[in-house]
Design a protein around this ligand. Structure first.
Ligand code: SF4
Ligand code: SF4
Length: 101
């Protein structure tokens, strides 16, 4: 059972840096259809490394996704089946980092 990024995601990008199987991909910045980062459910090995580094606490194991964000489970899968999927992104360009932090 994979981990899931919910719509709490603020595009910080820390999760991408720690994922050992590189299965986290951003929606292209500015694309209203894909505003968050997404986890490929078929590649995620459920290691949990991405959870503690997320400043927005946006990532959950699939069976622990809060009720209000259950729809995001399918969005993560859909990103890889119908959306951009894996693409050659530049993390520094795609991430949004708050300078105040
Ligand atoms: S670390 Fe959290 S906020 Fe940042 S891109 Fe990943 S899921 Fe989104
Ligand atoms: S649980 Fe592990 S494998 Fe899955 S997205 Fe997070 S860091 Fe990557």
């Amino acid at each position: 059972m994979p981990h899931v990024i919910t719509s709490l995601c603020i595009r910080d990008g820390a999760c991408v840096e720690v994922c050992p199987v590189s299965c986290i991909v951003p929606g292209p910045k500015g694309d209203p259809n894909w505003p968050y980062f997404y986890i490929d459910p078929d590649t995620c090995i459920d290691c949990g490394a991405c959870v503690p580094v997320c400043p927005a606490q946006a990532i959950f194991p699939e069976d622990e996704v809060p009720e209000a964000y259950r729809k995001d489970i399918e969005e993560n899968r859909r990103f890889f089946t119908e959306g951009p999927g894996y693409w050659d992104f530049n993390l520094e360009h795609e991430r949004v980092r708050e300078t105040a932090r």
